[in-house]
Design a protein around this ligand. Structure first.
Ligand SMILES: Nc1nc2c(c(=O)[nH]1)N[C@H]1C(S)=C(S)[C@@H](COP(=O)(O)O)O[C@H]1N2
Ligand SMILES: [Mo]
Length: 251
């Protein structure tokens, strides 16, 4: 099994608070986690790394700066409790029927941005691998050691997409190439990028930000409530976010 970040306690509030004390210590050599340079607490992340960047059209959030996915060695494994587990290469992703939608991604840091997304439905993937009826949960593993967890039924809701293209282009390295999840009724952190494995399970796994920060595994956007990182970390009643409604049949 791949090493996860479970053992490393990291809190994004602490991360923000620490940057000034690190500056006093002067430049530090990057630490190491699982044999790769660990730039999480380092202000001098090399430009070549995908990292958190506030850019006008669509911010980039990558909890652990990393170099992006090399498509030649990338594979997607889909398995766990399934009758026909499979492994795919990039080209295989284009064998699915595609759908497109415009939807908004909303981060718990109180920014949001909207894009046109294109991709395939989770249902089609499920039909291929034939999960066991006991598999009510799905775990996502990402190339940057990020991980997420969902209920199968959530992934079958309208406007959930396994995304290959953003704004009429293949996904950029920063926004999750080659495959990401978009679930507009969940906070941004649930929208896993750089997916490498999808695993059906009969028990609920946790996710990166529930293990490393103050966020829930569920991460559903609450109507009229924001979930700010700042402002004393209390839920803040404001308008915003795309709220899932069970009667929403938009394609
Ligand atoms: N693999 C991976 N997926 C991830 C993240 C990450 O750090 N790694 N960050 C999440 C968070 S907190 C947000 S808000 C969105 C941001 O997506 P974007 O970088 O395309 O704006 O990606 C989510 N998916
Ligand atoms: Mo986020």
């Amino acid at each position: 099994m791949k090493k996860s970040l479970d053992g490393i306690k990291f809190d994004r509030r602490r991360f923000l608070g620490m940057s000034s004390s690190l500056a006093v210590l002067g430049p530090l050599a990057p630490g190491r986690a699982w044999g790769k340079p660990d730039y999480r607490n380092d202000k001098n992340i090399p430009e070549s790394y995908i990292q958190n960047r506030d850019i006008p059209d669509f911010h980039i959030r990558s909890a652990n700066p990393f170099l992006g996915v090399d498509v030649a060695s990338w594979t997607l494994s889909v398995g766990g409790l399934a009758r026909k587990p499979l492994r795919m290469v990039y080209e295989d992703l284009f064998g699915f029927k595609t759908y497109s939608q415009v939807s908004r991604l909303k981060c718990v840091e109180c920014w949001s941005a909207k894009a046109k997304w294109e991709g395939f439905r989770f249902r089609e993937l499920m039909d291929r691998v034939q999960p066991d009826p006991s598999a009510k949960y799905v775990g996502f593993q990402s190339a940057d050691s990020y991980y997420e967890s969902y209920l199968v039924e959530e992934l079958l809701m309208p406007r959930v997409l396994m995304v290959l293209r953003m704004n009429d282009q293949p996904l950029s390295q920063e926004h999750g190439f080659p495959l990401r999840l978009i679930a507009p009724f969940k906070y941004g952190y649930k929208n896993a990028k750089y997916i490498t494995a999808i695993k059906f399970a009969d028990s609920r796994g946790r996710n990166y930000w529930a293990n490393n920060g103050p966020y829930s595994v569920d991460g559903t956007i609450q109507p009229g409530i924001d979930h700010p990182l700042d402002f004393g970390k209390k839920p803040l009643p404001i308008n915003g976010g795309e709220v899932f409604h069970p009667f929403d049949e938009r394609p």
